[in-house]
Design a protein. Structure first.
Length: 260
């Protein structure tokens, strides 16, 4: 695996993605270090390409001194890193953050995460940690306009294979606004009779649906977002036989965006 280091593109114009800058996403936490990020897309006029910008913040949330903090990133041949991440501040006092920013270009559809491995030293003890950053949704995720009746019929199509997630706790910021799913994913439809504020009011089994595809690929997927309670969600993804590997990856990516 490798990342190609290049100079950043010029003449950029900001443009938010469907899943960008809605809220900061935590990707790693232990008793000492917490890592979170926000993401946004921007358009480079000279190349007519869209790039993904990631802003990462590592925080020493403990009362101890952190030293020799290091994080390395790795991708694959589909990902080009246009701005090398700034070197982390190695020594962090209590509640002190350090920031990194990277700009990522895509050579083709990436079906892998950006992997990160790091280490730090506290009171003479070295700790290793790792996390991943999702990239596909920000760049290649496109939704289709489908009515609830057609969605349910497509979902029952015997040509589709159903993938299911485990129950997981939803990020509470999703529940603070009844239309947060619509901000994350365009053309989301409600499948339970139109009670849009049900999650906030404690209704169970509130369901939303979304039909989508990935650019540059012959594919289509159907996703169901099912709230089992005020805090717990299950994801179901309908995919076809030849798309199982991609479907598994996308299910994990959707969980990554939504989970607490």
């Amino acid at each position: 695996f490798f990342l190609v280091i290049r100079r950043p593109p010029r003449s950029t114009q900001s443009r938010s993605s469907a899943a960008s800058d809605v809220y900061k996403r935590q990707v790693y936490q232990d008793g000492i270090i917490q890592v979170a990020f926000t993401s946004s897309n921007f358009y480079d006029k000279s190349t007519q390409k869209t790039f993904l910008k990631l802003d990462l913040v590592s925080l020493n949330k403990s009362s101890y001194q952190v030293s020799k903090l290091r994080v390395d990133y790795d991708g694959d041949e589909n990902i080009s890193l246009w701005v090398k991440p700034e070197k982390l501040q190695e020594n962090l006092s209590s509640n002190q953050p350090t920031k990194q920013q990277m700009i990522i270009g895509f050579n083709s559809v990436p079906y892998s995460f950006i992997k990160a491995e790091g280490e730090y030293l506290v009171r003479g003890q070295k700790t290793f940690f790792a996390f991943t950053l999702p990239v596909t949704v920000n760049k290649f995720f496109n939704t289709k306009v489908v009515g609830s009746y057609d969605f349910e019929n497509y979902f029952k199509d015997r040509q589709f294979i159903l993938l299911k997630s485990d129950h997981f706790e939803v990020d509470q910021q999703l529940l603070q606004k009844p239309y947060m799913l619509e901000q994350l994913f365009q053309n989301v439809i409600q499948l339970d009779g139109g009670q849009g504020y049900g999650v906030k009011n404690g209704l169970k089994d509130l369901q939303y649906g979304c039909s989508f595809y990935l650019d540059h690929q012959d594919n289509d997927f159907l996703a169901k977002f099912i709230f089992r309670s005020q805090k717990v969600m299950v994801l179901q993804l309908a995919t076809r036989q030849g798309q199982l590997e991609v479907g598994e990856y996308l299910l994990q990516t959707l969980m990554f965006l939504l989970k607490q």
